[in-house]
Every structure is written in C-alpha cells, then in structure tokens.
Ligand binder design. Structure first.
Ligand SMILES: C[S@@+](CC[C@H](N)C(=O)[O-])C[C@H]1O[C@@H](n2cnc3c(N)ncnc32)[C@H](O)[C@@H]1O
Length: 199
C-alpha cells in the first residue's frame, strides 16, 4: 500500500495549528466524554497528537492507511490502550465498539468509499454505539471558500487526494439510515463535530 502521507506526516499537525490554531483539536475532542469505559475505533486518526492529552482514557483499535502517520501515532499515544493497525478497517464478527471516530478522514474519500465505510462500521457498533464525525463542511464565506479551494488543491498534490469538493456527508449518512443526534460548529460553521447513531 502506497503511503501518500509520508512527506506530510512530520508537518501535518503543525500546519493545521498554523492555519486553524486549536479549533480542529477542539472539534475532535468535543464529544469525547466518559470514554474511559468505552471501546473506541479510530479510523484515519493521523499522528494522534490531538488525542495525546487524554490518551490514558483511550482503549480500542486505531486504523491508518499511512505507515508514517501510524508510526507517529504509536509514539504519541504510547500510554493508551489502543491497538494500532495498518490498512483498511474491516468489520469482524463479534468485535463491537461503543464509539467510532472519523475525524478529518471522510473529506479525503470518494462518495462510494464513504458509503462502503459507513456500511462496514455499522456492523461494528454496539446497539447504543455512535459515530463521531469532525470535518470540513461547505465553507461559509469568501475567505473560507478561497482557503478551501487552496487546501483541496494542496492535498490533491501533496497527498494524492482525489476529491475536488467537500462530500455531502449528511446525504450519504441519511441514505445509509443514520440519525444525527448532536452537532457543534467550529471555525464559523465551516467545521462541524457531529454525533450519529444507527437508525
Ligand atoms: C487529513 S488526515 C487527518 C488525520 C487526523 N484525523 C487529524 O485530524 O489530524 C487523513 C488521514 O486519514 C488517513 N486515511 C484516509 N483514508 C483512510 C482509510 N480508509 N482508513 C484509514 N485511514 C485513512 C490518511 O492516511 C490520513 O492520515
């Protein structure tokens, strides 16, 4: 599997902090409450730096398709009880999670990949389980539209992203019978953290 983040991995977190300060970190941790007794699946967690402050409460599995990001996560989250896995997540019978975190990963995927992932993770949630999404939604003003275009172009060149725009997450989720239970906006509504449950 080719590692499309090998060049970016050492700088990724600093770059996001330079542009967005701690807003993306806050979006990722907004719904992370009472997690110490939960089994969590993190998909596309990158270098894991933004989870470091509460890593002692993290237990479950961490899937990444970038070896360089995963190696960083193993170091940054060495005190967690996470198991680190390289590759594409696949549901396993009887292996269930209380929460599945999809943070700034769906916007890197094509619509059909998102749909397949949503179907796969539905098989892996407990009855009360929920997914956390934190991601970029449609930009709200001219400045955000300009930055959004620049970021999409940058990631198409630097990390081989194939998207040319932001996915319509809600349409994709509703089509797969997920129900939104909570939402919080960041960066003036451009970034949202959401909780979804299987309908
Ligand atoms: C834009 S980065 C965000 C990283 C991290 N979530 C963060 O917010 O800092 C997207 C990450 O998702 C990973 N990724 C993309 N598609 C994936 C998939 N299907 N399964 C697991 N990881 C994936 C990439 O390797 C990359 O590390």
């Amino acid at each position: 599997m080719k590692d499309h983040y090998s060049l970016l991995a050492p700088y990724y977190n600093s770059l996001t902090k330079l542009v967005f300060g701690n807003e993306l970190k806050h979006a990722k941790s907004h719904f992370a409450e009472n997690i110490s007794n939960k089994k969590i699946l993190i998909i596309g967690g990158g270098d894991g730096l933004d989870y470091r402050d509460f890593q002692d409460q993290l237990a479950g599995d961490y899937w990444e398709i970038s070896g360089s990001m995963l190696n960083r996560a193993k170091v940054n989250l060495a005190e967690s009880k996470l198991t680190f896995c390289l590759g594409y997540f696949q549901a396993k019978p009887h292996k269930l999670y209380d929460e599945i975190w999809l943070h700034f990963v769906l916007d890197t995927m094509q619509d059909d990949e998102i749909t397949v992932l949503l179907q796969e993770i539905k098989k892996s949630l407990t009855a009360e389980g929920r997914i956390h999404i934190a991601d970029f939604f449609e930009p709200k003003n001219a400045y955000q539209r300009f930055l959004n275009k620049g970021m999409i172009t940058f990631f198409r060149i630097a990390a081989n992203h194939r998207r040319t725009g932001i996915p319509d997450y809600e349409q994709l989720l509703f089509a797969e019978h997920w129900q939104k239970s909570s939402e919080k906006e960041f960066v003036g509504g451009w970034v949202k953290a959401q909780l979804w449950q299987s309908g």
